[in-house]
Design a protein around this ligand. Structure first.
Ligand code: HEM
Ligand SMILES: *[C@@H]1O[C@H](CO)[C@@H](O)[C@H](O)[C@H]1NC(C)=O
Ligand SMILES: *[C@@H]1O[C@H](CO)[C@@H](O)[C@H](O)[C@H]1NC(C)=O
Length: 326
């Protein structure tokens, strides 16, 4: 069927809109619509297969996305392997990223390459997989903006000072998130990711055994929860022991994380201060009482997180193997 003049004009307007959008470094939802239309279905299939093999896939992939975006932007720099052990993932600050997150992205990218070689970035595969694991854990479904390119820099030395520490207070959290264009509301919503996954004992042991000169135990901890934590994490516990961060619904993406904060059951200082600090308390109460508010804010914040320092257009590259530069 021949195109009418109107259709031709609409078609060209669409092309121009897409081109100017990407030229300005913006991501769009349908980026691979013509070049790899199956990409999201392929990633989801890989993610769900891996989730059925091991639950750790879920928290590991979500956290990997966060660490990737906060260091050098969302550009899959965290997945690069270095023979010298000086890549981003080798940093002492990588906070023991679980191997299942890396494995998920590497496998999903291989499956995508088999269908559309050289088209989809590892950074986009990670962004899609991070959404898919949230959904797999019962969290909200949302659209992921795409068009990221893979970065050309991955250095352990760039990690230091770019990731938040579990000892941070609200001001320190706000400062670090603001540097990545994220608001306090985004920060509180993204912290809800701690509704899933594990932490090693040494990340919060100070709250149990050496909090301050006047109190060895952090007084903002619920006393019963503190007892449970001491039982799971005695002093001098083996360094590989890890416990659930959400003591109530550890394997479900839900707003129980915020209910825990209200009950004094936030695992890290950086979690509990969201309730004890008056400037963040009302949001925590809101999220604890209204799962829809939390889900909405989480989706907004994840999409913003996914725009941090992205490379688009001709920047960076489309890596063939996510663990190595081309
Ligand atoms: C707000 C500041 C944050 C701090 C201080 C923080 C700190 C930490 C720490 C210390 C751990 C435990 C690591 C271990 O011992 O293995 C952890 C785990 C985790 N974090 Fe965060 N995090 C923050 C924000 C985020 C955000 C924004 C996300 C994702 C959107 C996230 C997702 C996770 C997940 C899913 C785990 C569990 C990982 C696993 O089980 O493998 N965190 N975080
Ligand atoms: C994280 O860093 C530690 C210490 O530098 C290193 O032994 C470990 O292999 C790193 N983890 C990953 C997943 O690269
Ligand atoms: C934050 O937003 C500004 C303005 O849009 C942009 O220039 C900058 O690159 C962004 N920073 C990050 C870390 O994404």
């Amino acid at each position: 069927m021949a195109d009418t003049p109107q259709r031709t004009i609409i078609y060209w307007l669409f092309i121009v809109a897409v081109l100017t959008g990407t030229a300005h470094g913006q991501l769009i939802e349908n980026f691979y619509a013509s070049t790899c239309p199956m990409v999201e279905a392929i990633v989801k299939q890989t993610v769900n297969t891996k989730v059925s093999q091991t639950f750790t896939t879920i928290p590991a992939t979500l956290r990997l996305f966060f660490h990737d975006c906060f260091v050098e932007g969302c550009d899959a720099s965290v997945i690069i392997a270095s023979p010298n052990g000086d890549a981003e993932k080798d940093s002492s600050d990588n906070l023991s990223l679980a191997g299942d997150g890396f494995d998920t992205v590497i496998k999903a990218k291989q499956a995508v390459e088999a269908v559309c070689p050289g088209v989809v970035s590892c950074a986009d595969v990670l962004a899609i997989a991070a959404r898919d694991v949230v959904v797999a854990a019962g969290g909200p479904l949302f659209n992921v903006q795409l068009g990221r390119r893979d970065g050309l820099i991955s250095k352990a030395s760039r990690v230091e000072g770019n990731l938040p520490l579990p000892t941070f207070n609200v001001n320190q959290l706000n400062t670090m998130f603001a540097r990545h264009n994220l608001t306090q509301l985004d920060m509180i919503a993204l912290s809800g990711a701690h509704t899933l996954g594990f932490s090693h004992c040494n990340r919060f042991a100070n709250r149990l055994y050496s909090f301050s000169s006047s109190s060895k135990v952090d007084p903002s901890l619920d006393p019963t929860y503190a007892q449970q934590l001491m039982a799971s994490c005695p002093q001098n516990v083996a360094p590989d022991i890890a416990i659930n961060m959400d003591p109530v619904t550890a394997q479900t993406f839900d707003n129980v994380y915020y209910q825990n904060l209200v009950a004094g059951k936030g695992l890290f200082t950086s979690d509990q201060v969201l309730f004890t600090n008056p400037s963040t308390q009302s949001t925590v109460n809101d999220f604890a009482n209204n799962p829809g508010d939390f889900n909405g804010a989480f989706i907004t914040a994840m999409r913003k997180l996914g725009q941090t320092g992205v490379k688009t257009g001709n920047q960076g590259e489309i890596r063939r193997d996510c663990t190595a530069f081309n």
